[in-house]
Design a protein around this ligand. Sequence first.
Ligand SMILES: Nc1ncnc2c1ncn2[C@@H]1O[C@H](COP(=O)(O)OP(=O)(O)O)[C@@H](O)[C@H]1O
Ligand SMILES: [Mg+2]
Length: 263
Amino acid sequence: MKVLAVANQKGGVGKTTTSVNLAAGLAAKGQSVLLVDLDPQGNATSAVGAELENPPTLYGPLTGASEVGTCLSPTRIPHLTLIAANIDLAGLEIEVARMDDHLLQIRRALQPLREADAFDFAILDCPPSLGILMTNALVAADQLLVPVQCEYYALEGLGKLMFVMGQIRESGANPDLTLSGLLMTMFDRRTNLAEAVVKDVRAHFQEVLYDTVIPRTVRLSEAPSFGRTIFEHDPRGPGAEAYGKLAREFLKRHEDKLAFVNA
Ligand SMILES: Nc1ncnc2c1ncn2[C@@H]1O[C@H](COP(=O)(O)OP(=O)(O)O)[C@@H](O)[C@H]1O
Ligand SMILES: [Mg+2]
């Protein structure tokens, strides 16, 4: 089981949209995927688990009250399992912060799944801050995928994220953490700015940047309000095409063992 954290401390850059649709894209290719919602807002949970009634969250395993195996919610999507989130996770930050080894708690909670090789991939949708849950996710992950919005200040904050990644490696908490890549999101082909931003980022980061660029489409933004992935909501549109392509490129990088130490 490979664990991928989808993170960027900036909000609204496409972390959840990417977690949900990459997870669904991989599942559609027959990979068994666990989507772990770590954001107390629960947006990933509504996208794939809207029909679940009070699904369990990582709260139990993180407080030692239950085992992670009891928190797996099957979804309507074949090969896709969910660990849900809700607002309870907000209070959890404080509880986890008080624990010994407080950075290792998500890693510890997911360990039985790793040992059992329960899924091909676990995708962790991180909350938008450099808080306890996100740093825990980086400690729990093998790789980090960073969605970057196509806008002028796209790379603002990226240095900080890379610094934290380096600290996590050097502290020994997770020496093997690597970067799967950067992913440009919300690309608007009608503006020259978006084009210029992608060009600029590609010049700086070259192969660290995924070839796949996610377009800005209304379909991607409205899919969650219907409780659907893009493959259900607009299977033939450009959003589904892009996330399908991302899933292929992600698998290819995985097979080629392509990973980077830093951006
Ligand atoms: N490619 C896209 N095209 C249009 N809207 C998008 C796209 N990606 C994300 N959005 C919308 O932008 C907002 C922020 O995206 P989200 O994935 O929730 O970001 P994050 O998880 O980083 O906060 C949401 O309303 C989402 O539906
Ligand atoms: Mg989100």
